[in-house]
Design a protein. Structure first.
Length: 292
């Protein structure tokens, strides 16, 4: 899960550079607390460089892999059958987590360190109806123990999967809509395993470019994060997905460059500080939980 924009820049040139600098300013305005030891100008430079190398990565992949699909087959990764086989275990842990709190998951604005009522908060979370929620337990090469310990069997199932940027669950409240958006990271694919899908077939669904895909419990979905997509939950229930952000399979030498980009991506404003905020949120939720 990450904050995304409605489009991506694909022109490097002077116009592109100016655009990256402008974008870095607006993005850093929403992440004042992230990397706080670094002055704001330094954070802006870091974001500018990251946006530029992400753009190079996007253009290289499009140049040398122009026929890559928006929706990828499930045999893209050899670990998919193992994850699907663990569906029942994952579902039990998700149901226990959701039942343990009045708020099923933190709002993504809270994870981003933003106030949902502010203009910045609304622009980052992207949902124009209902609420988009999430809980993260792996980010930037590190397990977040405060949340990972809530899903021990799930973590055991996923721990050895290689080349992953993030792992967590996302929730979508009843009658919610996530606006169309395009992710900034062409070098990663989104793997989703639907865990709780309420309502009738198609009530909970995602549009990926021009393909409408209903979520089905236990059936994997893999798609390109850097294409236009939007999501709905038109049911009366709470929808939950397991989400992994996995490196896109690429030939050499593109794969080596992409591995560096994915390491660097942990410094994207949507990722910086997320682990620390997740710990703070979980500690606060644990303190508020009623005792027997």
């Amino acid at each position: 899960m990450s904050a995304t924009t409605a489009g991506t820049k694909t022109t490097m040139g002077l116009t592109g550079i100016r655009g990256f600098w402008k974008d870095s300013k607006s993005m850093e305005a929403s992440t004042d607390a992230a990397l706080s030891p670094i002055p704001r100008f330094g954070r802006r430079v870091l974001t500018f460089v990251l946006l530029a190398v992400l753009d190079v990565n996007l253009r290289l992949i499009r140049r040398f892999r122009p026929d890559d699909p928006a929706v990828w087959p499930n045999d893209t990764y050899d670990w998919v059958p193992k994850v699907e086989a663990g569906y029942d275990v994952i579902r039990r842990e998700v149901e226990a987590y959701v039942a343990a709190s009045a708020a099923p998951m933190p709002h993504v604005a809270e994870l981003a360190g933003l106030d949902l009522e502010t203009e910045r908060g609304g622009s980052v979370v992207l949902n124009d109806a209902g609420a988009w929620r999430g809980v993260v337990f792996y980010m930037g090469g590190h397990w977040i123990e405060e949340t990972a310990e809530l899903f021990p069997e799930t973590v055991a199932l996923l721990r050895d999967i290689p080349r992953i940027n993030s792992i967590g669950f996302t929730g979508l409240d009843p009658h919610s809509h996530i606006e169309e958006h395009v992710g900034p990271n062409k070098g990663a694919l989104r793997y989703q395993l639907p865990i709780l899908v309420p309502g009738e077939y198609g009530d909970a669904r995602i549009r990926i470019v021009d393909e409408m895909v209903p979520w089905v419990e236990g059936q994997s979905l893999i798609f390109d994060l850097a294409v236009n997509h939007e999501a709905w939950n038109d049911s009366d229930g709470f929808r939950v997905l397991l989400n992994l952000e996995a490196h896109t399979p690429l030939p050499q030498p593109l794969d080596t460059y992409n591995r560096f980009i994915q390491w660097f991506y942990r410094y994207h404003p949507s990722h910086r500080g997320l682990g620390e905020r997740t710990v703070e949120i979980q500690q606060r939720r644990a303190a508020q939980r009623p005792t027997a």
